[in-house]
Design a protein around this ligand. Sequence first.
Ligand SMILES: [Zn+2]
Length: 466
Amino acid sequence: MTIPTFVDLQGFIVGKKFVAKEVAVLREGTILSHYIFTCPIPWNYLTKSEKHCASWLGAYHHGLQCEDGMIPYSMTKRLITMAVIGAEWNWLQPSRPFTDSERRKVILLQDNARSLIAKNILETIYNLGWDILPHAEYDPDLCIINKSKLNETEFDTWFSEHGINCLGMEVQSMLEMFARAENLHGAQYKKYIGDGDTKTFAALLKHDDEVEKKECVNHVQKRIGSKLRKAKKTNKNIGGRGAGKLTDKLINELGTYYGLAIRRNSNDLEKMVDDVWTIFYHKISTNEKPMHERCPSGPNSWCKWRRAEAIGTLESYEHPPPLDSTVQKVIKPIYEDLSKEDLLKRCLGGFTQNNNEAFNKTIWQFMPKHSFCSKNIIEIAALTATCIFNEGFKPVLKIMEIMGITIGPNADFFACERNETRIQQAQQLMTYEVIERKMVRCNEMLETLQNFEEMEGILYGPGIAD
Ligand SMILES: [Zn+2]
């Protein structure tokens, strides 16, 4: 039996020509060649649209950048042909007819790179008699490949079967992760922290009906912002300038306090519900009718009324103008909706997806996410990051020890000190003032993001996960 040759080719389009960047060839099942080539043209010489196209390919498709690679571009053809057939010939412009064995051996792992679905390339592949290795079943790349190959009705028939799976890629990988935990470790996930997308959880329930759904607190917090902004759009009279109007600044502030109410009471549902209302009643308080029972007491309280109370200057305290009565009428139902026990119960525990992000960041410290790394480096970075993320810097010493490096007392001291600093920094970041300052900055950013998301279609819309 002849073992086929697998080829994977990635690159960029420059001046309508395909510039090979990376090639991986597996010949006869054992001979693996992998090259990343330098760029034949300096980046500055590319036109705007070529740069755009190259950046797109790098960011969304193959993860390679123009500057990547060490092997001179002049060697491309020679190395690729050597890798594919084990001898030299010019494979794109054959000077001699192919022998039968050359024809039949090659299988191309074809994807949706423009370079590989262009008509002339498809023709060349066909003429060479290469076979095409299809992509994994749920690969969305397939849609684009097939769209270029099939006619409209054929594509529709194919997509009606494939499309459902393809679009459910997140669902599919989540199911895989849940099943993998059982196979590998005999352990079962008990909780699933969602971000508002219901499809995944519904599928998980079919797999294991005991999984409990939790909400990512950050995503829940976003809901109040989107609800308030929506209300402002539909009720023209509540926005605008003036005292007690629903301004963007106020929306951000209400969002922050809503988030805090959930986070600070992550083990106490009753208090959480109560705290959600705190800011509402604080904001509608007047000199005649102060309603600060729920506001925290003491001289350090954020509530100025409570502060005045603590230092005994309550008599001279003047309330700022309360929320406009029309504003009150509109936002009260929103607060009622978002203080429902059913929703807040899923926020108990104060789960977020922050840990995942924090872990990702630890990996990126070793391996910047925007530059291309080989599989080995990724593996080393991920494993080292896991050690540091879970246990601090001591395991790094252990790794060095296993590699045969003698660890002296100084190294041990540095590892301890580094851990200490890490904890101190984290504690500093947790102080009240720093959090407040951070929130302000965060909110400004969130606002931009949220406006964008609302334009994109409602991903985190209220009620979407109920
Ligand atoms: Zn108050």
